[in-house]
Ligand binder design. Structure first.
Ligand SMILES: Nc1nc2c(ncn2[C@@H]2O[C@H](COP(=O)(O)OP(=O)(O)OP(=O)(O)O)[C@@H](O)[C@H]2O)c(=O)[nH]1
Ligand SMILES: [Mg+2]
Length: 225
């Protein structure tokens, strides 16, 4: 069953593509979505899939802890100096949309400390369907939902579902157990998003992140072109 279409063209990139020293900075991709949808699992799988060929770093956002960064450190998906945690202390979207200074600082610190980097993945804290990243922080954004959150989520829309550069519908392995209709989710997502791409994933297998990794590679190819 082929549900997703991830061939959509590259996302618009923000204007300041260079660092102050004139070198091209890393492509920044944000991952947002509801609590527990699989954002950290996607970041971990992307790191494992891409780290041999690309220089990668990660910024995580949690409200009061550094759980996600600690998980990525325990899993050793990247060397520790490539993982930074931002404690937002407020609604997760504040730190990725309204006052992006802590995240920008983390990104710039990483480029200073381990650069040159090809790719920085920024994970938002789990939030609601309206949460999106500032274009001043990321060049493209992924919105991660999961089939267990209800198969009506794509129909309900909201800025995350309708405008993200890539919509990921994760945990497809759970669909039969929670009565989610993947075909319907695919049709609703297409109605909401038009030509914007959608990827269906199950991260219970190593190759499950493949469609997302392909999309990231396409973004990077456009970024470096
Ligand atoms: N069955 C199944 N479980 C998954 C899949 N992806 C992630 N999970 C599990 O779902 C739970 C939540 O995953 P996380 O990656 O922590 O979700 P998150 O979106 O980062 O959560 P927050 O950062 O707390 O918002 C974990 O127990 C994962 O192991 C999947 O494809 N299938
Ligand atoms: Mg997480």
């Amino acid at each position: 069953m082929h549900l997703g279409h991830t061939h959509g063209g590259p996302a618009a990139v923000s204007a300041d593509a260079t660092r102050p020293d004139g070198a091209r900075r890393a492509l920044r991709i944000g991952l947002g979505g509801p609590v527990g949808s699989g954002k950290t699992a996607t970041v971990a799988a992307l790191c494992r899939e891409l780290r041999d060929r690309l220089s990668i770093a990660v910024v995580t956002n949690d409200i009061y802890t550094r759980e996600d960064a600690d998980f990525l450190l325990r899993q050793a998906v990247l060397p520790p100096e490539r993982i930074r945690a931002v404690e937002t202390g407020a609604c997760p979207h504040t730190a990725i949309r309204d006052d992006i200074s802590a995240n920008l600082e983390a990104v710039e610190d990483l480029e200073e400390a381990v650069g040159p980097l090809d790719l920085i993945l920024l994970e938002s804290g789990g939030d609601n369907l309206t949460a999106t990243f500032s274009k001043g922080l990321v060049d493209a954004q992924i919105f991660v939902i999961d089939v267990a959150g209800g198969d009506d989520i794509p129909r309900k829309g909201g800025p995350g579902v309708t405008t993200a550069d890539l919509l990921v519908v994760n945990k497809t392995d759970l669909a039969p157990h929670v009565g989610s209709d993947l075909e319907r989710m695919a049709l609703d997502a297409e109605k909401q998003r038009g030509h914007l791409p959608v990827a269906f994933t199950s991260l219970t297998s190593a190759e499950g992140v493949g469609p997302v990794a392909d999309w990231v590679r396409a973004q990077l190819a456009a970024w470096t072109a």
